[in-house]
Design a protein around this ligand. Structure first.
Ligand code: 0X9
Ligand code: ZN
Length: 425
């Protein structure tokens, strides 16, 4: 036992080396000018926002060692409120690993079920689960493997339908892990699969709708967050820039052909919001695109699941204007948020609902949800799941179950309301 613990410590502390000396800060601009000044600093100091600040909520930003002095000088000069989030990101990640490992040990000894909601699973385990559900429920579930990722992993999603999409029912599409580090998004999508075919308590959801569930849009990135850099966000491609081998990857949520590369992007490949050299440059983006292409005529609801910040965000994100569907987008968003609020743990913040650019005070282009809406999907959202204050992406596994349960209740309510509004398009 002692040896095991020593080994565990040794393995844990050998990880996350690249984050040694990195710091993350809470930051709370108090005016639009300050927000703008901060925005102008992103590329100069290679800032990586865990969560963008807005005027009513602080953000969290990751700062590399070589830029910390400049960053602190800037916030002091601006008189901007800021305080430490993690004094040494490596140490914080090490501690998170230890805490998760001990929680998972306990969960392992108390349960035998292979695919549970007590831990974050590796890609292999998630893929085995998708294979096995498709095999066991072949009457309703079809496994689709449309392509391989940049690094050669199979891309996999499930189509769930009572009649193999034959009768043209309204389609609902949910995807997760577009951003690799947003681990909590994956179980919310697999839990939807579980509730539609394994533990069916609301049969109307499969009677009325056809479903597309894509838990891991970015498997290369997800794998990378397990083995190397926990805070990786993008794909792992190297072919998008002359310096692509030094700085890999493209932000899939800036790579769609909607106002591509016009706002909220960085042309430097090291940036976490690098949009690629052209729209749909990434095979991972093209696969989501192909789903829109095939189903957009019947698709009534698209949920692009991200973390964190507890928000339902809707188009348009590039300039804050509302689409013709503004009212419906808002109503269905509020409905989902209300249902979640009823079930939610009291210390989780209440969801905010609104136009992306207005809610997060940050404009962006090339996202999947704007793209889907632009080609006619009436209800299209970026969903930012809850993150627990200081942890954010590293949400303790004890919260997986409550988050997936409340989120599914919200999504199911959203589906029903979408059906009432757009069921007979
Ligand atoms: O920046 C993003 O891609 C999303 N936030 S995250 O922290 N998950 O990276 C917000 C996307 C909202 N913007 C659009 N939907 N355009
Ligand atoms: Zn995201």
């Amino acid at each position: 036992m002692k040896l095991l613990l020593v080994l565990l410590f040794a393995t844990v502390y050998a990880k996350h080396e690249e984050y040694s000396g990195w710091k993350s800060f809470y930051i709370k601009p108090s005016s639009h000018d300050q927000l703008k000044d901060l925005g102008n600093l992103i590329s100069k100091l290679e800032l990586d926002f865990y969560i963008h600040p807005s005027l009513d909520r602080e953000g969290v930003v990751l700062v590399k060692p070589q830029y910390q002095d400049d960053f602190v000088k800037f916030v002091n000069e601006e008189n901007m409120k800021y305080w430490i989030h993690a004094d040494d990101v490596k140490i914080q990640l090490d501690n998170d690993d230890l805490m998760m490992e001990s929680f998972q040990q306990e969960a392992r000894s108390s349960k035998s079920s292979s695919f549970n909601y007590d831990k974050y699973h590796t890609l292999d385990v998630i893929y085995e689960y998708l294979d096995s559900v498709a095999q066991k429920h072949s009457d309703t579930v079809k496994l689709v493997t449309p392509a391989t990722s940049y690094e050669g992993r199979t891309l996999k999603y499930l189509k769930i339908s009572k009649d193999n999409f034959q009768s043209g029912k309204p389609v609902i599409f949910i995807d997760g892990a577009t951003h690799a580090r947003e681990w909590i998004t994956i179980p919310t999508v697999t839990y939807a699969i579980h509730k539609l075919v394994e533990n069916v308590t609301e049969p109307d959801l499969l009677d009325k709708f056809d479903w597309i569930l894509y838990p891991v849009v970015n498997p290369d990135g997800y794998e990378h967050t397990h083995v190397k850099e926990r805070m990786w966000r993008k794909t792992r491609s190297t072919d998008q820039h002359v310096a692509g081998k030094i700085c890999r990857g493209v932000d899939i949520n800036r790579n769609f052909d909607f106002e591509w590369n016009t706002v909220g992007t960085e042309s430097h490949p090291c940036s976490d919001i690098f949009p690629g050299r052209k729209p749909f440059s990434e095979v991972e983006t093209r696969v989501v695109h192909s789903i829109f292409n095939e189903h957009h005529q019947n698709m009534i609801l698209y949920l692009s699941v991200h973390s964190f910040g507890s928000m339902f965000l809707y188009p348009w994100s590039n300039n804050g204007s509302l689409s013709d569907r503004g009212l419906q987008l808002h109503m269905v968003g509020i409905r989902m948020a209300d249902v979640i609020h009823e079930l939610s743990l009291k210390h989780f913040p209440r969801y905010r609902v609104g136009n992306t650019a207005l809610v997060i005070d940050y404009f962006s282009s090339g996202s999947s949800s704007d793209y889907a809406h632009s080609i006619g999907v009436p209800l299209s959202y970026t969903v930012e799941l809850p993150g627990r204050g200081s942890k954010g992406f590293v949400l303790h596994p004890r919260y997986i179950k409550p988050v997936v349960t409340e989120t599914w209740a919200g999504f199911a309510a959203g589906a029903r309301m979408a059906g009432q509004l757009f069921g007979s398009r």
